[in-house]
Design a protein around this ligand. Structure first.
Ligand code: TYD
Length: 149
């Protein structure tokens, strides 16, 4: 864990980043996890994408969204997500396909430490829109901190 970052910190000015335990139907054949648009995710799901065939040394994310909400699930393997709302930071280890990490608007996220074969499933509240992204950290920080004043 990076110095100064704790998973206890509340990150996000609205609904904070947090793990959501998924509905599960497990038996001797294996496990089945369910996400339903609306009540499980906490938002209507309009887009699904996934990161796969990742280079174990790579990092992803490196951006924030103005309005997008996401539920991120390590459906295979494990990886680390650091979240930062401009004031508070936290680090989450995703390694359980039975739960997802909620990440709301105005939260900078970095994904790293991908295990071999890791797959990151992302359920998103909005269709893809590049205008919703902050890709420059300083620009994000300036706007995020305005919201805390
Ligand atoms: P990006 O969101 O930066 O990926 P990550 O957070 O995993 O690092 O997206 C990478 C590229 O894919 C970028 O050119 C935008 C494009 N893209 C789409 O066209 N549609 C999508 O739904 C997503 C998520 C990305």
């Amino acid at each position: 864990m990076a110095v100064g970052i704790t998973t206890e910190a509340k990150v996000g000015r609205g609904k904070p980043c947090a793990f959501i335990d998924l509905e599960q139907h497990n038996d001797e054949r294996g496990k089945l996890s369910v996400v339903e648009s609306g009540w499980t995710a906490g938002f209507p799901i309009r887009r699904v994408y996934y990161l796969h065939d990742l280079d174990v040394g790579s990092s992803r994310g490196g951006h924030a969204h103005r309005a997008l909400e996401q539920l991120i699930i390590a459906v295979h393997g494990s990886f680390t997500i650091t979240v930062d709302d401009g004031v508070n930071q936290a680090e989450y280890e995703l390694s359980d396909a039975g739960r997802g990490l909620y990440v709301g608007p105005m939260v900078w996220r970095d994904l790293s430490n991908f295990s071999e074969g890791a797959v990151s499933l992302v359920l998103a509240s909005l269709h893809y829109d590049e205008a919703d992204y902050y890709r420059d950290y300083d620009e994000f920080l300036a706007d995020a901190r305005k919201g805390w004043l």
